[in-house]
Ligand binder design. Structure first.
Ligand code: MRU
Length: 369
């Protein structure tokens, strides 16, 4: 998608420099800095400290991290042990998004089974392939979600009102996004939409990233504080809630940014459809239900302070009594019962094992059903 009218992607390989680059998203919306990633430790730092975030992008960044580890491993005495340690370091960065273990597992046979000299080329090729697949999957989700938006527009004849949460946009993937992909395609197709962008405390990904993306794309949008979502849903001001997912389990339960569950409850109470867009790399077919999903707990400092910009640059401001404790859960679980449907690269299905099995039959063998 675009930054200042120039098409960009969130992570890329600079062929001339033989270097991985990504955007440091922490400075958005006031600045966006390109950062080279030179080692697997730097890739881990980028994920842990949220220079990059969003389930698919975390997976792609980790894949490039393992490529970098394989270059480093060439001069190690025990190269396999080095790769194991690098994998563990990357895996430990963030616990909830399943794209991280998914990408690491996908790369593992290369460094387990091939000769050491072959690792860098093979791992780079695979990381680039994961990156390309992510773009194609986002685009496919966009096409499937577009059909839903088109139907709503044909029904009402007025701009489709879509509410989203956190950032499930192109900056959370490689391009297009998960929840935003249908919005971008609808806008391109001339279907009028308006997006309600929820703040997403404590890190404010809605304001600082989603609003930034929509503004750059020229898509009409309005920001709201997280607590206003219920009122808007109740007042009939939302036709569709569309969010992403960090991990969806085999029964259709959805882990996504904290606050998603409250939106799903309010949407359910107001009879508003609640859809989740996610690539298959965000589906954990090995987990039976959302109760098993590890929920990331982050620093209380993110709750007790807020970051923003002044003329002096990026500032952190205290908000609370210094001694009052705070909790900071990064994600919540929306039970499948509150999810109208899942939008995947293979199509839209009910949020249930039966629904997912229609799109991913290879993951639900008939004898196990
Ligand atoms: O903590 P973050 O910013 O990584 O959380 C991101 C989200 O919750 C997104 O909605 C999610 O990754 C799914 S969409 C790409």
């Amino acid at each position: 998608m675009n930054i200042n009218g120039i098409p960009r992607q969130s992570i890329w390989w600079n062929e001339a420099e033989e270097q991985v680059y990504l955007f440091d998203q922490r400075t958005l919306p006031y600045a966006i800095e390109e950062k080279p990633i030179r080692s697997h430790e730097e890739a881990a730092t980028a994920i842990r400290d949220m220079w990059v975030r969003g389930a698919p992008l975390i997976g792609v960044t980790a894949a490039f991290g393992m490529y970098l580890a394989s270059v480093e491993a060439q001069s190690e005495k025990d190269s396999v042990a080095y790769m194991k340690r690098a994998q563990a370091t990357l895996l430990a960065t963030r616990p909830t998004a399943v794209n991280l273990p998914w990408a690491l597992q996908r790369l593992e046979p290369i460094w387990r089974e091939q000769v050491i000299e072959a690792w860098p080329k093979a791992l780079l090729e695979e990381a680039l392939k994961i990156r390309e697949e992510d773009i194609a999957q986002s685009k496919a989700m966009g096409e499937h979600g577009l059909a839903l938006i088109k139907a709503l527009y044909q029904e009402s004849g007025r701009p489709v009102q879509i509410m989203t949460h956190c950032n499930a946009g192109w900056l959370a993937t490689v391009d297009y996004g998960t929840a935003t992909a249908p919005m971008y395609l609808a806008h391109e197709a001339g279907i009028p939409i308006h997006v309600w962008v929820s703040e997403t405390r404590p890190r404010n990904q809605g304001f600082s990233i989603t609003a930034f993306e929509l503004d750059a794309a020229g898509i009409p949008h309005t920001m709201l504080v997280d607590n206003a979502a219920g009122l808007l849903l109740q007042q009939g001001k939302v036709d569709l809630v569309l969010v992403g997912s960090d991990r969806t389990t085999a029964n259709g339960d959805v882990a996504n940014k904290i606050g998603t569950y409250l939106k799903a409850l309010a949407a359910h109470a107001s009879g508003v459809p609640f859809y989740v867009a996610l690539p298959s790399s965000s589906i954990d077919f090995t987990m039976a239900s959302g109760q098993e999903i590890p929920i990331e707990e982050r620093s209380a400092a993110e709750v007790k302070t807020i970051q923003g910009y002044t003329a002096a640059g990026r500032q952190t401001v205290a908000l609370t009594p210094p001694n009052s404790p705070a909790v900071n859960y990064g994600f919540d679980i929306t039970p499948a019962a509150y999810v109208t449907g899942l939008i995947t690269e293979r199509g839209v299905c009910p949020a249930s094992a039966e629904g997912l099995a229609t799109l991913f039959p290879e993951k639900y063998p008939a004898d196990a059903r």
